[in-house]
Design a protein around this ligand. Structure first.
Ligand code: AMP
Length: 331
């Protein structure tokens, strides 16, 4: 199927924390599966990352690290337009024009804003206007669909409201996007406390397998993962959250079913079971780290980001000029 026929999707990656095995299994591997079906825009949402306080060095390091890891995990640069949000100067320009067509009431009602602004009384205005920047990312490239988790669905609905309002006021300018609630990938839990999600911003690194973890460190983390006293490899997330989480990891990385995994290890003790998981995880990490190291500082990556930004800049420029004219901002 040629690109002309394909619907477009847009995905932003917020470059905070360090990508984990949970990110890969729950999200990146799903994106890899979807990339044949859609024309995909994939960008590092670095301007979104600064709505809350950030460490300058970490932000800078993460920008390239995230893209290189996505590529190493199988994101194909010939099927995705990959770019850095802050490389496209028309994005904040469009965002301002949209902000002036968005109501304070709409933004202050956003659930994420309400939750995040409670955490720090001195929050930035950017935290409030963040959904308009997200609307800009989507509308600037005429995305058909925006794959989102439930927490971001409200922002896509707001994007639709903003776009419909603008179109009604100024004439047809924006395609109206739809949220795409994707098949939820397996949720991977923390290895130390399997009652909580493995998170890229978790403070205790022992429960989290980072995609760039040293192989021997990753192996140790699996070997000391919390289990139970039953000594029986059985999938039961409620009563055996630790073992069930390990089964999920094994099944996700090997493509085997949970029943296959239970059957395979029915006579194994937890030590043997963990060793097999550690082998699978370490092989996986070795493979992606090898590719990561080849591309992270390469010309290839620079070129790719440059081309991506230039393709999106063209699209965004057309939108910006169109909007300015509609609003009356021209000589
Ligand atoms: P976050 O790391 O919270 O910014 O999430 C980025 C994407 O990775 C989202 O689509 C999450 O649902 C997914 N994700 C993050 N952590 C996990 C996890 N432990 N298990 C499954 N999916 C995850």
């Amino acid at each position: 199927m040629g690109d002309i026929m394909k619907k477009t999707i847009l995905t932003g990656l917020k470059p905070t924390g360090s990508l984990t095995l949970g990110n890969y299994i729950g999200s990146i591997s799903q994106m890899v599966k979807m990339q044949d079906e859609y024309k995909s825009y994939l960008f590092v949402a670095d301007m979104h990352a600064i709505t809350v306080p950030n460490d300058r060095e970490e932000l800078h390091k993460n920008i390239k690290e995230f893209i290189a890891l996505y590529l190493a995990c199988g994101i194909d640069p010939t099927k995705n337009v990959i770019y850095l949000q802050s490389d496209v100067e028309y994005i904040p320009a469009i965002s301002w024009l949209l902000e002036c067509n968005t109501y304070y009431g709409e933004l202050s009602r956003m659930i994420q804003f309400k939750e995040k602004s409670k955490k720090n009384a001195n929050f930035s205005v950017g935290l409030l206007t963040y959904p308009v920047l997200m609307a800009t990312d989507i509308l600037a490239v005429d995305a058909d669909y925006v794959p989102v988790g439930i927490d971001q669905k409200q922002h896509v609905e707001l994007t639709r409201d903003i776009a419909i309002r603008f179109n009604n006021k100024y004439g047809d300018t924006f395609k109206i996007p739809e949220p795409l609630v994707t098949e939820v990938g397996t949720k991977i839990m923390d290895l130390v406390d399997p009652s909580k999600k493995m998170s890229k911003t978790e403070e205790n690194p022992k429960g989290v397998i980072g995609l760039l973890d040293d192989i021997s460190v990753a192996r140790k983390k699996i070997m000391s993962a919390t289990t139970d006293s039953e000594m029986c490899v059985k999938y039961d997330p409620e009563n055996k959250p630790g073992i069930s989480n390990l089964i999920n990891i094994y099944a996700s990385l090997t493509g085997e079913t949970i029943i296959d995994v239970e059957e395979k290890f029915k006579n194994s003790n937890y030590g043997e079971f963990k060793r097999s998981i550690a082998d699978v995880v370490c092989n996986f990490l070795e493979k992606i780290q090898e590719r990561y190291n080849e591309i992270v500082d390469s010309e290839e990556l620079e070129e790719l980001l440059k081309n991506g930004a230039s393709e999106v800049r063209e699209l965004a420029k057309v939108k910006f000029e169109m909007m300015k004219k509609s609003i009356g901002l021209y000589r």
